[in-house]
Design a protein around this ligand. Sequence first.
Ligand code: NAD
Length: 347
Amino acid sequence: MPVKMGIIGYGGMAGWHHEHSAETPGLEVVAAYDIDPARIAKAQEKGLKGYDSLRQFLADDSFELVLVATPNDAHCRLVLDALDAGKHVVCEKPVTLTLRDIDRMIETAQKNDRIFTVHQNRRWDKDFRIARDVLASETLGNVYSIQSRLHGSGGAMHGWRGEKKHGGGMLFDWGVHFIDQAYTMCGWDAFTSVRCRTANVKTTEVDDYFHLQFDRKDGGEYVVEIGTFVLKELPRWMLLGDQGTAYINGFARSGGVITLDNAIEDEPVIVMTSAGPTRTFAPRPDGVKTERELPDPDCHWTDYYKNVIATIEGREELIVKPEQVRRVLATILAAFRSAKTQKQIKL
Ligand SMILES: NC(=O)c1ccc[n+]([C@@H]2O[C@H](COP(=O)([O-])OP(=O)(O)OC[C@H]3O[C@@H](n4cnc5c(N)ncnc54)[C@H](O)[C@@H]3O)[C@@H](O)[C@H]2O)c1
């Protein structure tokens, strides 16, 4: 029997969930509730039972799992109501906007003995898995700088994402994914402090650029930078190690792992360059560097739901745990404090 799911907020992302549910064995979307009649009509057109009443939607016992995919500020109340109605809940990211809210969500899930998790689907992104595998391979030696970056040129936060009251801004929108990836890659107690700068490049009310730096316990750094108005993008990932460098372009398997061939590594010599004579910045001669292909991990976004289903059926432990989601939220809030005070915040 498939796990059946009802969706609250049948907007853009809910459509994505609905479409991809077809690729997830054991999951079937059957109903949707929205405050917008046009979105209810859309859900009905796509074969779902459409509800304009939350009470009636939650009383429908044909589904045991609820996805909350509304704007961010509406998540908490809807998650609490769904849990109290006896449903398991997947909430879209960012889970909510305050620690008080997430604590209520966790407590309510425990009280009702229901599964509660957040759609941190970017743990299954190809580029992230590649970066994690390269780091774990130790090919680069001591990786003193991990740089996770996303540059776009759209230039602004659109619709409700541009409004503070709805939990808009880049730190909440994409920062939540990349901070979650940072902890998943390095460990949940890997960072000692965070420093963050935000900017309003094209959006007045909320951040549309941020540069965040974690200090790692092992002495290294982990940088997350997201810019919405950058007309020449840098690689999505740079991993700088004392034995080599890895770079990944965009979200695909594009880039390489570059190391020096020890057998022919010589003392660098002074070279005349356009910047003048230099030894440190002299280009390495041909044949000294070896560039290898990136690893090719097997990962799919549908793996997220496979784990949710297996957890509901008691076969697996939840991968995206509520306490991890809380840690990410606490870090975002610390990053906002850092941006406001221009100080480093201990974690
Ligand atoms: N995980 C990801 O990769 C990813 C990607 C995009 C969006 N999201 C998240 O998904 C959520 C929705 O984003 P979106 O882009 O689909 O937004 P959207 O504006 O396209 O859709 C939101 C829907 O929620 C409905 N809605 C608003 N308030 C409601 C309420 N109180 N009760 C019921 N329905 C309500 C709206 O009518 C609309 O249909 C956000 O939390 C966003 O951050 C996640």
